[in-house]
Design a protein around this ligand. Structure first.
Ligand SMILES: Nc1ncnc2c1ncn2[C@@H]1O[C@H](COP(=O)(O)OP(=O)(O)O)[C@@H](O)[C@H]1O
Ligand SMILES: [Mg+2]
Length: 145
């Protein structure tokens, strides 16, 4: 499946709904990188995406824990990574980040992927969220899965 989509989201709810619908369409085992400045909406997107996978627990940013794991209905996990505090891929590998990016049963969402650009798998689907105005975000999704 080839994905190349762009959306102008006008609200937090619209971003969540878009991510929720996207999650329903994608196969298990994908890695999504979420690019965007602080406050762009990466965690809002992640929350909607998790809901689309059937996760009912509240999803918040794992800024301090780096990784948050949610069991997926039907098996596997959703790994939600926030690498804001990670300086480079060597320190990410030291805590075992590769395990989260290379599990065919599980889906991974990666905030601040630029911290580990050199070890992001080629197959990753790239989500870029750009701040347009207070309530508007341009979201683009690009990849093959
Ligand atoms: N269209 C929109 N889509 C997503 N978030 C939005 C939008 N408009 C405003 N916001 C606000 O932007 C902020 C995004 O926060 P968050 O998802 O935590 O950002 P990040 O994880 O990228 O640092 C939230 O306060 C949210 O309410
Ligand atoms: Mg965040």
């Amino acid at each position: 499946m080839n994905i190349d989509e762009k959306l102008l989201s006008r609200s937090e709810a619209e971003t969540e709904a878009f991510a929720e619908a996207l999650a329903r369409r994608l196969p298990r085992g994908v890695v999504l990188t979420l690019d965007g400045d602080l406050g762009a909406g990466k965690t809002v997107f992640s929350r909607g995406f998790a809901r689309g996978l059937g996760i009912v627990e509240p999803v918040s940013s794992p800024t301090y824990t780096i990784i948050q794991e949610y069991p997926l209905p039907g098996g596997g996990m959703l790994f939600h990574l926030d690498l804001y505090r990670i300086t480079d891929s060597a320190s990410a590998l030291a805590f075992g980040v590769d395990e989260f990016l290379d599990d065919p049963e599980s889906t991974a969402l990666v905030e601040w992927p630029e911290r580990i650009a050199d070890i992001i798998p080629d197959r990753a689907i790239r989500v870029v969220i750009r701040h347009v105005s207070d309530s508007e975000r341009e979201i683009s999704v690009c990849g093959v899965c």
